[in-house]
Structure formats: C-alpha cells, structure tokens
Design a protein around this ligand. Structure first.
Ligand code: BTN
Length: 333
C-alpha cells in the first residue's frame, strides 16, 4: 500500500470531526513530520481539502467531486465488512468503454469479480446500441465482470436484482426516492439518473462471462448534460442540492451489485424479486407503451412476474407479459 493511501485510511477510520496530529501520523506511518506535511500538501493539490489547525493537526474538509485513485483505495481498504479486495478494483483515467475493458481482461484470463471504473469513456455504450455520454465530469462509469459458468437461466433476472438492490441502497444513502424503471433504468422524481447495461458470453447454455455496466450521473450539473437524451435526465448533485460523496457512493454501488448477483441465484429468488420490486417500481399503475422492434403494447403497468417480465393490463383487461423493450410513459409514441 502506498503511504498516501495509508494516510488517507487513517483519516477515514477516524471520526469525521477528529483532527489527526502530524506527529501521530508520522509515528503511525514511519515517516517524518515534514514528510507528512508534504504529503498532505500534495494530496491537497490533487483535489482533497484539508483543514490544518496548529497544535491539533489535520482533518479532511472536503473530498474531490471526481474519483481519486488513492482515496478510492483508502475507502476500499477501510471497509468495516470487506466485500471486495482492492486488487480487484481498477480506476482508469479514460477507456473506450468499461464494459469492453472488462470483457478484454476476462478474455485474457483476468480474475473475477473484476471491477473497472473510468473517469471518462470515449465509446460509452447504452442499451439498444445507443451512446452513453461519458465526459470526465464527476460521474460514475463502472463495470463488474463475473465468470458465472452456470446455466444462463439462473442469472436471467440479475440486472433487475441489481437495479432493486441499487435503488434500495441509494435510497438509504441519499434519502432520495430512487426507483427502477423497468427494465434497466434508475429514476428519481420521474427523471433518469442512471442506466444499466448487462452483456454476457455463452458456450452452449452456460454463461461464461457476464459484464454488468452502470453509468450514473453523480456530480455533473444537470444543465450541462447533453440535450439529445431520450429520457428526461437528472443528476444526483441536482437532486441533492449538493455534491455527493462519490467515493462512498462507489462502494455502496459495488456492494449492491454483488448482493444482486448472489440474491438472484438463491432458491425462491423470482418470488422475492417480484415482492421487492413493488416499492421501487417507477411504472406501477402508470399507463405506458412497450416498444419492442416494431411491436407496441399499451397498457397499465402491474408490476413484474416471477421471471422479471413486465405485466401490462390492456384495455380488454387481459394481462400481457413483456420480456424486453423500451417503455415510454403515456399511451402513444
Ligand atoms: C442505458 O441506460 O442505456 C445503459 C447505459 C450503461 C452505461 C454504462 S457506463 C459504464 C458501462 N460501460 C459502457 O460502455 N456502458 C456502461
């Protein structure tokens, strides 16, 4: 572990209000007080802000709005109940697509679970071949790679499970009313702030690799989002009225995704998903149109079935199960 990470870990493990003296930090990390001072100055130049008070020491005043490599590692190794190792998590300045990067690393023998996060992407991919705009503006572009090597049916509802676990965890962390818009979007107050793209490789019916990708608008201001987006869009920063702690958020997101991966493989998972989906369902009771290729189905959303299909009640009163597609609010497109 590098000394910057170790120093940051000391701050994260201390009370947020607590000052750490230069002397104590020097002793703890086996360096001189002058070296502690120099490292804190350098960390300050890299986006963290420290408060320094004579005879008391230092404490973190504010964290950067963009991801910071040492601070992210310090968060990972400071986990109270560890669920991921820091060697499995890689933060890149830039890549084409984190989903593609995970795929490449898994194809060349990389160990799973494997997490790639990038500060920006040059070819961010959305669902249905769309672009995911991915500028370096304090957002989260993250992919998690798995090697399931089990029949694909066992993971059919994984992305829905991950969505539910994310909505629940983010709701707790931000106190915002976070919902899942079936099948793969995260919404807050009727606006999209995150999308999920899962991609898998199969051999016969076995899923060899599975890549979970998440793009989340975190600390960008909504007014600077591109204006060609299909859904009304927002960012957590706009919804919270202040910057979110993107490092803590990243760990919460990873934990939720890994939980979803386990939960979807448990016996009785379908019934549980159906129930847990209800409180976070952005479509429940809404009149919607499901579009799949040239097929359109209109109806009132009535939750999901045990296989994760969207249930639509049509005008005739019949319930139709929709297994894939885009959902548009309202009766017509
Ligand atoms: C969607 O709503 O269309 C899904 C968007 C998924 C975007 C994320 S960003 C990280 C990962 N890498 C990609 O290229 N896409 C996903």
């Amino acid at each position: 572990m590098n000394t910057n990470v170790a120093i940051l870990q000391s701050f994260l493990q201390a009370d947020t209000e607590q000052f750490l003296s230069g002397e104590a930090l020097a002793m703890e990390h086996g360096i001189s007080r002058v070296a502690v001072n120099a490292r804190i100055r350098k960390l300050g130049e890299s986006g963290l802000q420290f408060e320094a008070v004579p005879r008391r020491g230092y404490r973190i005043k504010s964290k950067p709005r963009r991801l910071h490599t040492d601070l992210l590692e310090a968060h990972i190794i400071s986990q109270k109940k560890p669920f991921i190792e820091s060697k499995s998590v890689h933060l890149l300045e830039k890549t084409d697509s984190t989903n593609l990067e995970v795929e490449r690393r898994l194809a060349t023998g990389g160990e799973a679970p494997l997490v790639i996060i990038a500060k920006s992407q040059t070819q961010g991919r959305g669902r249905m071949g769309r672009i995911w705009h991915s500028k370096d503006k304090g957002n989260l572009y993250l992919s998690v790679g798995f090697r399931p090597q089990i029949p694909s049916t066992a993971l059919a509802s994984f992305s829905l499970w991950a969505g539910v676990r994310l909505a629940q965890a983010l709701n707790k962390f931000t106190s915002l009313p976070i919902q899942v818009k079936w099948p793969n979007d995260l919404y807050v107050r009727d606006q999209k702030f995150a999308g999920i793209l899962c991609e898998a490789k199969f051999e016969l019916d076995r899923m060899q690799t599975l890549v979970f990708g998440l793009g989340m608008n975190v600390n960008q201001e909504a007014k600077s989002l591109p204006d060609d987006l299909r859904a009304p869009a927002t960012t957590l920063r706009d919804q919270l009225g202040e910057k979110a702690d993107i490092h803590t958020l990243t760990l919460i997101v990873l934990k939720a995704v890994l939980h979803g991966y386990k939960d979807c493989q448990q016996p009785g998972a379908g019934k549980r998903l159906q129930q847990e989906f209800i409180p976070v369902d952005a479509l429940l009771g809404q009149t919607v149109t499901a579009q799949n290729g040239s097929t359109q189905t209109k109806g009132t959303a009535r939750g999901i079935d045990e296989d994760g299909n969207l249930r639509l009640k049509t005008q005739t009163g019949a319930i139709l199960n929709v297994s894939a597609g885009d959902i548009i609010f309202g009766e017509s497109i």
